[in-house]
Design a protein around this ligand. Structure first.
Ligand code: FES
Ligand SMILES: [Fe+2]
Length: 416
């Protein structure tokens, strides 16, 4: 249970708030690069700031103020040029550093050597593994962490986005909540398919450990032992707002205090014999969360999680909760945020930030599925594992995978 003031500290993300300032110190995934293929400009709202993301014709990414520095027109309705983005109202041209390069009428009638004072807000953007990451904090920006899975080859990757109408922190608390698998995904999942028993293997034992890049949770369920990878390796609640499950990442990126962009990145290594496989473009698609009647969609794993997150309210009221031993990880995570807020207030850099380019190049995380993804399996071996067999059959994480993405996947896997 938290006081209202402490709940605010964990959930408010605007500039100047403790959480807002903390999250701005880390690169945040904000889009798939392939989203800009058809239309090179996209409006985005991040931590309460309205911005436009673009790729100019020279291939440079920019993330600048949504409003033009001239008279505040919407830059999302401008167009990109060889260098920069131009406002459609009076043609001012801005680049990715925020500099104003042209002011056409002034340049014709009253040219000045400098346009100082007309800069717009601009944040750095980097592409990695098909994702676009933005950094909204004080400069110099730290290194972008290249997690090991981003370096894996011979895999099919896809990015799935979902717009979730609640605060990001309750989504992130789900990253350190092993018991919900038994109830939400297993028992409720079975009920949704017409079952009539709470037959999922029970959780018998939990352990939560902190490390530089977050927390690892470990568990033993009925039918498993401490020799199982779920106990010896575990899964990672990735600091500060991610989740890593061995073959995919999820991030809960704050749009504002009451909305979250769910960003998920998936990897499936092609079966042995299908290498070399080179994926030139990582597809990005948006998963719906409501059906035609307005009810939340419950059929897919992350959609089920979203039902839990939004069900807690726009901002979960943590003054009314009752934490138990299943929630030890939640408390550890909250406490680390509170400690980091204090450290930042004392002028220290928060943990897990990487300043060495070498160290950022390929960062390994605990992973129960490394060999599957680095060495690969034959199609026959895929078939022997119930989860992997299912993975080839259909995309179970999010509803709404577009037919063309499925086609590319089938082709890559050699399933046709
Ligand atoms: S408002 Fe953008 S150029 Fe005038
Ligand atoms: Fe879940």
């Amino acid at each position: 249970m938290l006081t209202p003031a402490r709940n605010d500290m964990l959930t408010r993300v605007g500039p100047g708030t403790p959480m807002g300032e903390l999250l701005r110190r880390y690169w945040q995934p904000i889009a798939g690069a392939s989203e800009l293929d058809k239309t090179p400009i996209k409006d985005v709202r991040l931590m309460g700031e309205d911005l436009v993301l673009y790729r100019d014709r020279g291939g440079r990414y920019g993330l600048i103020d949504r409003h033009c520095p001239h008279r505040r027109a919407d830059m999302a309705y401008g167009w990109v040029e060889e260098k920069g983005i131009r406002c459609s109202y009076h043609g001012w041209l801005m680049d990715e550093t925020g500099a104003c390069l042209e002011q056409p009428y002034e340049d014709t009638t009253n040219p000045k050597p400098s346009k100082a004072g007309c800069e717009t807000k601009a944040y750095p953007v980097k592409e990695c593994a098909g994702l676009l990451f933005a950094y909204l904090g004080p400069l110099p920006a730290p290194e972008l962490p290249v997690w090991e899975p981003f370096t894996w080859r011979n895999g099919f990757r896809e990015i799935v986005l979902a717009d979730v109408p609640c605060n990001f922190f309750q989504c992130q608390e789900n990253s350190i909540d092993p018991v919900h698998f038994e109830w939400m995904h297993d028992n409720w999942g079975a009920r949704l398919r017409g079952g009539d028993a709470n037959g999922a293997p029970k959780h018998l034992k939990l352990k939560f450990e902190a490390f530089e890049h977050g927390f690892i949770y470990k568990r033993v369920r009925e039918g498993q032992s401490e020799q199982d990878r779920y106990w010896t390796v575990g899964r990672v609640a990735l600091w500060p707002n991610g989740f890593y499950l061995g073959s995919h990442f999820e991030w809960r990126v704050p749009v504002d205090d009451e909305n979250t962009l769910s960003v998920a990145w998936f990897f499936v290594r092609v079966p042995k014999g299908r290498e070399p496989y080179v994926q030139n473009r990582v597809p990005t698609w948006r998963s719906p969360i409501r059906d035609d009647t307005g009810r939340w969609i419950t059929s897919h794993v992350i959609n089920q999680d979203i039902v839990a997150w939004v069900g807690q309210g726009r901002i979960a009221d943590r003054t009314k909760e009752h934490l138990r031993s299943s929630d030890i990880g939640i408390t550890m995570m909250r406490n680390r945020f509170f400690e980091e807020f204090e450290a930042m207030a004392a002028g220290k850099e928060p943990g897990g930030i990487i300043r060495s380019a070498n160290a950022a190049q390929c960062i390994a995380l605990p992973n129960m599925a490394r060999e599957i993804n680095t060495e690969g399996l034959t199609l026959a071996e895929f078939d022997k594992d119930p989860i992997l067999r299912q993975r080839l059959k259909e995309f179970r994480h999010h509803v709404g995978q577009p037919a063309e993405v499925r086609r590319e996947f089938v082709e890559a896997m050699g399933l046709a």
